[in-house]
Design a binder for this molecule. Structure first.
Ligand code: SF4
Length: 312
């Protein structure tokens, strides 16, 4: 004998389907009219629906973050949410959702607790509670800022912090990896110097020899990647920063070339043909921070390691 569902089994299931269908209809209407729909339009589009069911469906859409309620000259408007915000999908109270939304907006640059407090208008205890709960759910994380040991910013858990927060490839837990930078510096120069030596064997003219001695930052990056000396994924910009230090040291020169319609930076090792005089070796001539250098402030000739080296 087939099982017969009791009245209480059928009731709630039927109401749920109807509520979902109604929510879908309201959502479709909001998508059709992107400026937003008011209660009158909703009523006219679905006259058979009683106001209570309509209100339930609207509440369902609002709490799930599918629509927004806006105040306009035409009264209250329901508007389909177009942003990719995930705040509607997270579980938590209103404070947690508000804090999550503020942190989400900050993207991978993160936001400071003081800014969250100002934007959310929450008192410190409420804010701490919301942050603690979001952290325990692995929805957000705190990241130490490289430019201040005490500054912590919050960002979504899955995001990779921006290099302005971490200091980029040259920092690990706020410490500048000077040894790693020095090794990269040596290896980049070694690669370009090998190319320079190879170019000397070229018998097809000076232009061809110059072409052989040059390499783009992507080629240098490939060489560094193949050496396996970096545990992190370096980008061409990171290698360009290293190559720039070699340019400032007078070991490398850079030229711009057009390749497939795109401007490419080409680097080559250089060797001076004549010995340079002491005055010509003075570091200030090619110094990138010469405008900031003075007898007051943190950039000054007394602290300058290039100046010390030149004078020694
Ligand atoms: S003293 Fe040092 S920091 Fe100042 S301009 Fe010269 S090289 Fe640059």
């Amino acid at each position: 004998m087939a099982a017969v569902a009791s009245k209480s089994d059928q009731g709630p299931a039927k109401i749920k389907v109807e509520a979902n269908e109604l929510a879908e209809r309201i959502l479709a209407l909001c998508a059709e009219i992107p400026q937003g729909v008011n209660d009158k339009v909703l009523q006219a589009s679905m006259p058979e629906v009683d106001p209570k069911s309509r209100a339930l469906a609207i509440n369902h859409l609002l709490t799930n973050g599918k629509i927004d309620l806006l105040q306009s000259e035409r009264g209250l408007l329901y508007k389909a949410r177009t942003s990719t915000s995930q705040v509607g999908t997270i579980k938590g109270d209103a404070e947690e959702k508000l804090v999550y939304k503020i942190i989400e907006e900050a993207q991978n640059k993160g936001t400071w607790i003081r800014d969250i407090r100002i934007k959310s208008n929450l008192v410190q205890t409420q804010l701490n509670k919301a942050l603690k709960s979001l952290k325990s759910k692995k929805l957000i994380k705190d990241v130490k800022c490289v430019n201040s040991t005490r500054k912590i910013v919050y960002m979504l858990y899955h995001l990779e912090p921006d290099s302005s927060v971490t200091g980029g490839a040259w920092y690990s837990d706020q410490d500048f990896e000077s040894e790693f930078v020095e090794i990269l510096n040596q290896q980049c120069y070694r690669y370009l110097y090998q190319k320079l030596e190879k170019s000397r064997e070229c018998t097809s003219g000076p232009l061809m020899a110059k072409n052989i001695s040059q390499a783009s930052s992507k080629e240098v990056l490939q060489y560094i990647s193949e050496l396996g000396i970096s545990k992190i994924q370096l980008r061409p910009e990171d290698i360009e920063a290293i190559l720039d230090t070699l340019i400032f040291d007078g070991k490398v020169e850079k030229t711009l070339a057009l390749a497939e319609g795109e401007e490419t930076r080409l680097y080559r090792a250089v060797e001076s043909l004549i010995p340079v005089t002491g005055l010509m070796r003075m570091p200030c001539g090619g110094c990138p921070v010469i405008k900031e250098c003075s007898d007051v402030g943190s950039v000054n000739p007394i602290k300058c390691s290039y100046m010390k080296e030149w004078l020694s």
